[in-house]
Design a protein around this ligand. Structure first.
Ligand code: RP5
Length: 163
């Protein structure tokens, strides 16, 4: 099966964060592709990526970027596929710059913005699984099993004093 989720990021330096999304996609056996696509350094590639995403079979795009993080918004401007934005934790401003750049889209071109950093990346993949689960029952099953296991783990070990 061709990739259903496209994971893009502004720089190789974003990989440490975005690999958390890819781990979940792998765990759920969701076909995906991963690529560095920069809004500032490779704008032509970004437009081509977003313009061809749907015809190539992608159903969701996860885009992570840091600093002046235009990647998710610019990708969303060139496709009607859902775009999930992950604000990468920048060194200078701790990711507040990334968050505000991604979340404050003007009405008309939405980006589903997740939280800053690794938790946001993991949640972007879980949200992608949730969207795809409406159409692909096997992905829905993986997501349900993940949530069940998470709940069982907490319930099985409720005393925080015991290591
Ligand atoms: C953004 O600039 C990238 O998404 C990255 O988070 C940030 C810094 O990039 P590098 O200078 O580390 O390549 O475009």
């Amino acid at each position: 099966m061709s990739a259903l989720v496209g994971v893009i990021m502004g720089s190789r330096s974003d990989w440490e964060t975005m690999s958390e999304a890819v781990k979940i996609l792998e765990q759920f056996n969701i076909p995906h592709e991963v690529e560095v696509v920069s809004a500032h350094r490779t704008p032509g590639k970004l437009f081509q990526y977003a313009q061809t995403a749907e015809e190539r079979g992608l159903e969701v795009i996860i885009a992570g970027a840091g600093g002046a993080a235009h990647l998710p918004g610019m990708a969303a401007s060139e496709t009607v596929l859902p775009v999930l934005g992950v604000p990468v934790q920048s060194r200078a401003l701790n990711g507040m710059d990334s968050l505000l750049s991604i979340v404050q889209m003007p009405a008309g071109v939405p980006v589903g913005t997740l939280s800053i950093g690794k938790a946001g990346a993991a949640n972007a993949a879980l949200l992608a699984a949730s969207m795809l689960g409406n159409k692909y029952p096997e992905i829905r099953k993986e997501l349900e099993a993940f949530r069940r296991a998470q709940t069982d783990k907490v319930l099985a070990d409720p005393d925080p004093r015991v290591e």
